[in-house]
Design a protein around this ligand. Structure first.
Ligand code: UN1
Length: 505
């Protein structure tokens, strides 16, 4: 069954890892296996791109940009519309490949493809709405405008946990903006990238625009680092850990390149005294254990009013004990495996540290006695200020803290380095508004009566502080993928100067 699936998506036992208008297949390059984290067994192999492959991909992205940037934006939108159509046709297959390669459950794998399709639809509309401004000039017979032009070939670096959707957030918007794209996917999810590239590349080529989307699967040294220093890529959009983000910002900043950074989160949910607890429990469980706690939007901290503490812990523990953990492609399973052994070790180490720092594991945390990287999601009572609670461990650990006053809850919520998403469950309108006010949550995303994860593409996605400040997907995120130009046109027969300056020659 899986072999047929791989075949339908054009995945071979051994695959080239770099593509521009065509796949580059230089002999003698290093190969890497993609492992199914649920079985520990390899799915297929990919030939990693070396220096020459990288240069070839970027050269083609530069060449394709020359034509793409002057193609009318609605025509670019039409190419994206066709990509959306092709993705619709491949949704079940591509969703299942994501499940096999990352361990996400089926509905999350397919949900990710839906997110790509939604992103295409959004970008198609956007292709007719790349609006500039008309600005009142202070000089007579002068007109000022602001217009937006394509930026260039852009670099997109994505992580394993959203191996396709995050590329689409960037690539679909960039494409309608007139940019070409060079994609470096996570080495942990190369087959998904390869399958997406096959679908997208074929569609772009059939539309007469080969080379707009390029792929370069390779190591940090051979591909990632070179992208950061490569002046041919005016913008690098990178998703990953905060540690990676500091490095990307520094290296790209040194050449005054632009970055969009979407880094770690340490997201919390506040459960206030007036909360509807049925809703809160459902919302928190999905946010904390969905995708086995491996979303950047995963809820990692629960800040519960002291009056509800025991009740909430009890209900959560009951929900946690009933979670079905297992093969992510089986119906009914809610929690698949972690991505690899190191992730299992990191989770266990975080739990040991939590206990050493005064926390108590209420339930979960054990590894399942079967092949693959399966763990029970863990619920841990902690005290405010424990160092481990300030860290993002990419695994399903939910730290529970109590609070007494609303201000204290907001202070706890905001006291971590990261600032991606946040949520409050409350029925109290004033409290909800205070949470959303300038003195409330300091995150890029703030939700009321919804968990921290599962954002829609229509909004701008990203966070503050150590999360990097970038915004992707909806709203006016497109502006980061274009260059702004202020133009002043004089249709008179004088040269009046601004600010009333006189310069009579
Ligand atoms: C990520 O984990 O990198 O809001 C992105 C969400 C998803 C995106 C997560 N739409 O949970």
């Amino acid at each position: 069954m899986f072999d047929d699936l791989l075949k339908r998506l054009g995945v071979e036992p051994v695959n080239p890892g770099a593509c521009h208008e065509r796949w580059i297949d230089h002999p003698g390059t290093e190969e890497q296996e993609s492992i199914n984290p649920a079985t520990g067994r390899p799915l297929a192999r990919v030939k990693l791109a070396g220096r020459a492959d990288y240069d070839e991909v970027v050269d083609h992205a530069v060449a394709a940009f020359a034509n793409w940037r002057t193609t009318p934006a609605p025509r670019r939108g039409e190419v994206v519309r066709r990509i959306g159509q092709a993705l619709r046709e491949h949704k079940p297959d591509l969703g299942l490949l994501i499940t096999l390669e990352t361990g996400k459950i089926r509905s999350e794998g397919e949900g990710e493809v839906q997110e790509m399709i939604d992103m295409c639809d959004f970008a198609v509309g956007l292709s007719r709405q790349l609006y500039g401004l008309t600005i009142a000039s202070e000089r007579p017979r002068h007109r000022m405008i602001e217009q937006w032009h394509p930026l260039g070939p852009i670099g997109v670096i994505t992580a394993f946990n959203f191996p396709a959707a995050v590329w689409a957030w960037n690539a679909m918007v960039a494409a309608v903006c007139g940019d070409t794209v060079v994609w470096k996917p996570s080495p942990l999810a190369p087959l998904t990238a390869l399958a997406v590239q096959r679908i997208v590349g074929r569609t772009a080529e059939a539309e007469g625009f080969p080379g707009v989307f390029g792929l370069c699967i390779g190591s940090t040294e051979e591909v990632g680092e070179r992208m950061l220093t490569d002046a041919r890529l005016p913008l690098i959009s990178a998703t990953g850990s905060c540690r990676m983000g500091y490095h990307v910002a520094e290296v790209v900043g040194r050449r005054l390149g632009r970055t969009i950074l979407e880094l770690g989160g340490n997201n919390s949910v506040i459960v206030a005294p007036s909360a509807d607890l049925d809703m809160a429990i459902r919302g928190v469980v999905f946010a904390a254990v969905g995708t086995a706690g491996q979303r950047c939007t995963t809820a990692r901290r629960l800040i519960v009013h002291e009056s509800l503490h025991e009740q909430v812990i009890e209900r959560l523990a009951k929900a946690y004990r009933s979670l079905s953990i297992g093969d992510p492609w089986q119906g009914g399973v809610l929690v698949g495996p972690l991505i690899h052994e190191q992730a299992v070790e990191a989770m266990q180490s975080a739990l040991r540290q939590a206990e050493a720092q005064g926390g108590t594991v209420v339930c979960g945390g054990k590894r399942l006695d079967r092949p693959g990287c399966f763990i029970e999601p863990a619920l841990v009572r902690v005290l405010r200020g424990m160092p481990i609670v300030g860290e993002e461990t990419f695994a399903p650990i939910l730290y529970v803290i109590t609070y007494r006053e609303f201000e204290e809850a907001v202070a706890i919520q905001n006291e971590v380095e990261q600032g991606l998403t946040s949520a409050i469950f409350t029925r109290d309108l004033v409290e909800a508004e205070r949470f959303l006010s300038a003195a409330g949550s300091d995150c890029g995303i703030a939700n009321v009566n919804i968990g921290t994860s599962g954002a829609e593409i229509g909004g701008a996605f990203g966070g503050e502080k150590a999360t990097g400040g970038g915004r992707e997907a909806g709203s006016d995120s497109w502006k980061a993928y274009m260059r702004r130009q202020t133009c002043t046109i004089n249709y008179g027969d004088q040269i009046p100067l601004a600010q009333g300056v006189r310069f009579d020659v």
